[in-house]
Design a protein around this ligand. Sequence first.
Ligand code: NAD
Ligand code: TYD
Length: 375
Amino acid sequence: MRSIIITGGAGFIGSHVVRLFVNKYPDYKIINLDKLTYAGNLANLKDIEDKPNYKFVKMDICDFEGVYQLLQDEQVDGIIHLAAESHVDRSIKDPFTFARTNVMGTLTLLQAAKLYWESQPTPYVITRKVDTAQPTLNSELSALNQECRFYHISTDEVYGALKFDGTLFTEQTKYQPHSPYSASKASSDHFVRAFHDTYGMPTIVTNCSNNYGPYQFPEKLIPLFINNIRHRKPLPVYGKGENVRDWLYVEDHARAIDLIFHQGKIAETYNIGGFNEWKNIDIIKVIIHTVDRLLGRPEGADMDLITYVTDRQGHDLRYAIDSTKLKTELGWEPSLQFEEGIEKTVRWYLDHQDWMDNVTSGDYQKYYENMYSNR
Ligand code: NAD
Ligand code: TYD
């Protein structure tokens, strides 16, 4: 039986990963470790919360003692790490929270896992891929420790920004983060790789493009705009709306995580993307048409909600991922066409107004009003 901690399991992507693992692997124990910040919501997991192989633990990833104790108590042999502060606009306003959670939190998890796995009868250490001056560590693995994995979920934003020249981010692209969010994720990626190179920690890192789908907090473009259109509120388009993002349906990301967790090679990096680039203004028009149609309004009637606002500071021009390695080595491809994915997504938000009302009440409303009163 495997015992796996998924951090950030109450958030957007994490909840899809938890759901997939709990349903697909009844023999695994899945522990959702989440602090429940504004972005964490246990309502995202209502359908699986009573399953016998699922457990929720409210904890901060920066709590070293708590994490170490949990690893011991649950005899954890796998960590899938998604917990993070994830919104670029928030990172521009408050970079320290991003450094704390994304950098110190990741380091705390790494160190706790290292100490716990090293304390096991046969330490996890493996022959390191990187040839350093130090002698190779013990390559004899116990059955348990062969399967230990520290899998860190990262973003394509660490690679910086592309021009409109058709180039793509590959696993070899140099890191060049621009926002406090991407800088903090880049730093955490470096720590994860350093733990492999220094201590032989069995790590994997993946860098994924923009996700969309159900349960995404409505500060991100797609859910925010669906909700605003429904309520006929302005749609704040940053700059000229010409920035490009590569959109992937969240369940396809969760499937990739499952595959890589089980079959990915230790110390490797895999890029995950949708081969699905959209200019913001074009995707916004698709969303307006879809919401209007599903609400029975004349299609395009809400185009007048588009409101160009001051650009995001340091706004990255274009992201686009080359996920050929993942396809060639592990056979993963996005399964949903964008048209199908966006239709499912819009429908889900329109059908779950209670979820939306719940997450947009209180503090979020104040934050949102403050954010846009400055633009
Ligand atoms: P999210 O903001 O929806 O969820 C983050 C979760 O982490 C929340 O449940 C929150 O409560 C939890 N969390 C935050 N700080 C914590 C702490 N200190 N201790 C424990 N839990 C804490 O994020 P998301 O969009 O689901 O992203 C998940 C991961 O995937 C992040 O690491 C992000 O960088 C990465 N990622 C996201 C995207 C995307 O498009 N959303 C794309 C690529 C990579
Ligand atoms: P977002 O969903 O915040 O993801 P990221 O910044 O991580 O790519 O934003 C997606 C794109 O949409 C990005 O180019 C910024 C833009 N955007 C707007 O134009 N208006 C908005 O209100 C938001 C939230 C984003």
